[in-house]
Design a protein around this ligand. Sequence first.
Ligand SMILES: Nc1ncnc2c1ncn2[C@@H]1O[C@H](COP(=O)(O)OP(=O)(O)OP(=O)(O)O)[C@@H](O)[C@H]1O
Length: 326
Amino acid sequence: MIHIENIRKVYRTRGRTVTALDDVSLHVAPGEVYGVIGRSGAGKSTLLRSVNMLERPDRGRVVVDGADMLALSERDLRVARQRTGMIHQHFGLLSSRDVAGNVAFPLEVTGTPAKERRRKVAELLDLVGLGDLGRAYPAQLSGGQKQRVGIARALAGSPSVLLSDEATSALDPETTGSILALLRRLNRELGLTVLLITHEMDVVKQICDSAAIMSNGRITESGSIPELLARPDSELARGLFPLPPPPVRPGTTIVDVTFTGTDPARFVSALARTYAIDADILAGAVEDVAGSLAGRLRLGLPGSPDANAAPLAHLREHGLALEVSA
Ligand SMILES: Nc1ncnc2c1ncn2[C@@H]1O[C@H](COP(=O)(O)OP(=O)(O)OP(=O)(O)O)[C@@H](O)[C@H]1O
């Protein structure tokens, strides 16, 4: 649905040169919720804005729903942008217009007749749970309600793709949860593909099917969440399930096991059953990630890593990612 290939973007301002995107490629499949996570300045906004050409990459290729975005004329680009809705951290609502007027705005721009506009606005407000707030003004709304208006407006052009620019960063955790649940529902019910950028691991944990980690204008890790968690030394796993530094325990093998879709009790009891090992559980973080159980568990196995070669191989053979320290 979104194919970004080897894009590069360099900003040059007053003698300063910043490479915001350094050979970035990303592939978002139709119907998935894809999160790009990274620190401030990593290049996330530039990447997101390159999808609908709010920023034009210096080179590379961006294809959205079959349209080669860099090759489009201004007119065709306007049409392609309507198929790509966008929501923002600070909502971007017009304070002089009521809720219905804000949602109607893109429909006015594209010349939708008034009657059709009214029908569509009512339908969109119902969809985002604001059916009775059409006459309210943005100043009268909570942050969560404002973002719902932003989402309704972004969906006015019946887009196939929704771009979310830190949409929950200005919201408290509970409201964040309800907006993410709404995005997930729209993703499932409308088949909407969602590409979001965030600096919060919790957002990835709550709704993403796939993710990429960005740092200094580059993508350091990308793939589906189970794929990423299965990688040895996964940066995403460490971010999602932080554990304290490993303790020093002479004569013990410390192993951090990352798992997804497995009940951790199963591999701990398999070690006891097959190898008669009494593993100590030293730390752990287990959560529901995108609907399945995932986490990291730190085990202490008696003996050196060499002495534990067979049980460690057994764990790896069962698809678990391990980080071993003595
Ligand atoms: N219009 C611009 N002109 C010059 N430099 C820019 C411009 N936009 C972004 N940059 C620089 O490009 C780099 C990447 O910025 P970008 O906003 O894409 O990162 P980000 O990961 O979204 O960070 P944040 O979460 O703080 O917005 C930063 O060093 C930033 O200062």
